[in-house]
Design a protein around this ligand. Structure first.
Ligand SMILES: *Cc1c(COP(=O)(O)O)cnc(C)c1O
Length: 233
């Protein structure tokens, strides 16, 4: 049986080690626990162990979890999956972060729906935190914009009152070489120099956490190494 708390401790030790190797502050890298396909009980266990940020890819599944766990006051949900335009309303009203924005149309729809959600629920909703997904390995099967498209889309998001442009997200192909990570780091640094709100490079998963942290990742998205293998969906 897997022990989620032990796994979280191991991942945190790996993050600490990678930070120390690269002269980075340990708290400069945030851990996002990717709980897709995993049951509510696993998320509760991780929460009890102090993990508050969770990432989900499949909207229907995610909405059930968000609702079931709404009593956990500090839980923070990140949407990291592909976005269809007919799903933007649900995403804008139930998540704090979206890592996978890759089209102007999607950004504008999220902005409109977030505005409605904020108006309906004045008390605690803030603008939606947005990362642009970059298809850095230029894989045909992956979503995301090409590096040249980043700055135009960033400006669209920046103009949206109900979105906060936080940074970039990427999923490098398996065994990508260092140049890919260097390019992401470069693009992030350029974006940061243009927008004060940008502080997030969402890069690194169970298998490439160390190289991602070496290249300035500020948020690693870890699934398998915390919750064990997923049944394929
Ligand atoms: C599934 C997923 C992850 C987690 O991957 P692991 O290899 O299980 O750590 C991270 N990011 C995205 C976008 C994912 O879809």
């Amino acid at each position: 049986m897997i022990n989620i708390k032990d796994n979280l401790d191991k991942i945190k030790a790996q993050i600490t080690q990678a930070c120390q190797l690269n002269n980075r502050l340990v708290n400069s890298v945030q851990l996002l626990a990717v709980s897709k396909t995993k049951p509510i009980e696993d998320i509760e266990q991780a929460y009890q162990a102090g993990q508050h940020h969770f990432g989900e890819n499949y909207l229907q599944e995610a909405l059930e979890k968000v609702e079931h766990l709404s009593h956990l006051e500090e839980i923070c949900w990140h949407y990291i999956g592909p976005i269809q335009s007919n799903k933007t309303k649900q995403i804008a009203s139930h998540f704090s972060w979206v890592h996978s924005v890759d089209r102007e149309k999607i950004a504008l729809r999220l902005n409109d729906h977030r505005k409605d959600a904020i108006n309906e629920n004045e008390s605690h909703l803030t603008p939606l935190n947005v990362c642009l997904q970059v298809n850095i390995s230029e894989e045909k099967t992956k979503s995301g914009i090409s590096p040249e498209q980043i700055f135009a889309l960033a400006e669209v998001v920046n103009q949206c009152d109900n979105l906060t442009l936080r940074g970039l997200m990427a999923i490098p192909e398996k065994n990508a070489n260092k140049a890919i990570y260097q390019e992401m780091s470069q693009l992030f640094s350029e974006l940061k120099s243009r927008y004060v709100s940008v502080d997030t490079l969402s890069l690194g998963m169970s298998n490439d956490l160390a190289i991602a942290i070496e290249h300035d990742s500020t948020m690693v998205r870890i699934g398998t190494a915390i919750f064990g293998q997923r049944n394929n969906k």
